[in-house]
Write a protein that binds this ligand. Structure first.
Ligand code: SF4
Ligand code: SF4
Length: 73
């Protein structure tokens, strides 16, 4: 399973509206962690939208908190 790191796919990512996203992540404009890998920001888990992400459906993977756990392999 390989999710292309394209702008179209990044636009489908739900991280931008996620409650776990904090100022550090916003400042670095990070998203699409399932492809790009985890953040170096410190995070507190406040919920994750990955389960509702269209990319999980399209590319048939599952998981949450990629921002903390890192990219799918
Ligand atoms: S990976 Fe999940 S918890 Fe992390 S920012 Fe994206 S939607 Fe939120
Ligand atoms: S699965 Fe999560 S990290 Fe990956 S694109 Fe969707 S919302 Fe973003």
């Amino acid at each position: 399973m390989n999710v292309p790191d394209t702008l179209d796919n990044a636009d489908l990512c739900l991280c931008s509206s996620c409650p776990t996203r904090n100022e550090c992540v916003k400042h670095q404009e990070q998203r699409m962690f399932c492809v790009r890998g985890k953040t170096d920001c410190s995070l507190a888990r406040n919920g994750c939208f990955c389960g509702a992400c269209p990319l999980e459906n399209e590319y048939q993977f599952s998981g949450l908190y990629f921002c903390e756990l890192g990219a799918i392999r």
